[in-house]
Design a protein around this ligand. Structure first.
Ligand code: CP
Ligand code: NVA
Length: 293
């Protein structure tokens, strides 16, 4: 899919994509706000000759106004694919279970796989390949960290995270990462779970961070603002990594918290090409899933 993303990006930049998804419509179910996921999926469908329909939290009321199983079965007769952003991961799994059309996870409390695809594309563009790279996540062991960890070990990159006690990556996700790493065809990528951000960035090709408080955790904001300051990605921390390190963030960024302006807008930052790559990564996912339906 990454190779497909690269070729779709080249084709788009050379004048436009072929209408591979002509006549196809993606239903986009959102239970949380979004800029990148919403706009990149919508534009991806349009560039590929299809269309997208935005369904807001107040319209669908997933699991509240109507049972998830019923929403899934009704939508299956109207659109060709569903992209859903949900609070509970189980809700996107239920949509997938009850739909007869492809369901794409546009972020849940467990993971954010479409972000992971765009991240891998961005890393590939900067270093040629992920194999053997050292990729370090600094901060909360959240949904974005899970997808980054999984794509790293899938593609042979060593993954390190430095997170404060109590904010580790979910053990089920770690076990899955260990299984993927040990099945890797070649030298098994390493997985390192640390507390010290300084140790974690040593020799890093990539430093990645994300918000201290994810959507749905707003009531924990005050506590998290006390715990996470030692995990800020600032110029001092970036200076401890490799000279060619790139700094990544899925956005939205909380400047002055998990990342400083100096780093977000500095020479190591790839934040905006990374955000733009959501468009190209999303296209590959859509072509792979919807062009066969
Ligand atoms: N990175 C990301 O998913 O951004 P949005 O929440 O704006 O979609
Ligand atoms: N971890 C963040 C990512 C936002 C794209 C959240 O879930 O709110």
């Amino acid at each position: 899919m990454l190779d497909l993303a690269v070729s779709l990006k080249q084709e788009y930049q050379a004048g436009g994509n072929s209408p591979l998804l002509k006549g196809k419509v993606l239903g986009m179910v959102f239970q949380k706000p979004s800029l990148r996921t919403r706009v990149s999926f919508d534009m991806a469908m349009r560039h590929l000759g299809g269309d997208a329909l935005y369904l807001s939290p107040s319209e669908i009321g997933l699991g509240k106004r109507e049972a998830i199983a019923d929403v899934a079965r009704v939508l299956s007769g109207y659109v060709h694919g569903i992209m859903a952003r949900v609070f509970e991961h189980d809700h996107v799994m239920q949509l997938a279970q009850w739909s007869s059309i492809p369901v794409i996870n546009g972020l849940s409390d467990y993971n954010h796989p479409c972000q992971g695809m765009a991240d891998a594309l961005t890393i590939k563009e900067n270093f040629g390949n992920l194999r053997g790279l050292n990729i370090t996540f600094i901060g909360d062991g959240n949904n974005v960290a899970v997808s980054l960890m999984h794509i790293c070990v899938t593609l042979g990159a060593n993954f390190t995270i430095a997170s404060p006690e109590g904010y580790d990556i979910n053990p089920i996700a770690i076990e899955k990462a260990r299984q993927i790493a040990s099945a890797f065809n070649g030298k098994s990528p390493s997985l390192n779970f640390l507390r010290d951000p300084h140790k974690a960035v040593r020799d890093a090709h990539v430093i990645y961070t994300d918000t201290w408080t994810s959507m749905g955790q707003e009531e924990e904001t005050k506590i998290r603002e006390k715990v996470f300051p030692p995990y800020q990605v600032n110029a001092e921390l970036v200076g401890e990594a490799r000279q060619d390190v790139i700094v990544m963030h899925c956005l939205p960024a909380h400047r002055g918290q998990e990342i400083t302006d100096e780093v977000a807008d500095g020479s190591h930052s790839v934040l905006f090409p990374q955000a733009h790559n959501r468009l190209h990564a999303q296209k590959a996912i859509l072509v792979r899933l919807l062009s066969v339906n």
